[in-house]
Design a protein around this ligand. Sequence first.
Ligand SMILES: C[S@@+](CC[C@H](N)C(=O)[O-])C[C@H]1O[C@@H](n2cnc3c(N)ncnc32)[C@H](O)[C@@H]1O
Length: 188
Amino acid sequence: MSVHKFNPENRKKLNSEQRKAILPPAQVLMDIGIESHTVWADIGCGTGYFTIPLAYEVKQVYALDIRAEMLNDLSDSLTQLQISNVEVLQSGESRFPLPDLLVDGILTSLVLHEVDQPNEFFRELHRILQTGGRLVVIEWAKASTEMGPPLDHRLSVQQLDDWALTAGFTKVKSWQWTENFIGIEYEK
Ligand SMILES: C[S@@+](CC[C@H](N)C(=O)[O-])C[C@H]1O[C@@H](n2cnc3c(N)ncnc32)[C@H](O)[C@@H]1O
């Protein structure tokens, strides 16, 4: 397993006010532009930073993560908030327990820099997405910023594009949120 995996003991930090200030989830989803009749997967969902706001916007969300601790916190929040359109599933490193062509959109936020087998991971993203579906990758910008992982753990846009294009995606557009985060949309 990669040495750079997020430590679940730090999972409360994922919902900090400091994080919401530099990566405001509602603004990010508005920028992405989500259609209400669609079905999404949040891969590497953590404790649901994007899963929960996404659930209010769309028909159905599949929330996947490799760590049970993250998924347990998310399930508790979903119960408390009485959200019923999210299915929470534990995934393998590059194996998503979902059928082919299931979803219209995929969000994967701050996951790829932790992934052990990026080419396999992108192949799985491609497999579960509808033809014409949207893949949105959010990552740390490859820059030295006050918060976040060291520069050599961050991924360049070129690297992300290479993996995505190798898996069969086409690049559509990109965003930047503060100096810290980039978003890239690909289409299948
Ligand atoms: C930094 S957290 C981000 C969580 C969430 N996406 C967010 O933005 O708050 C990274 C998450 O990716 C998960 N993860 C790492 N590798 C993964 C993989 N191969 N498949 C699915 N989840 C993975 C970790 O367990 C962790 O919950």
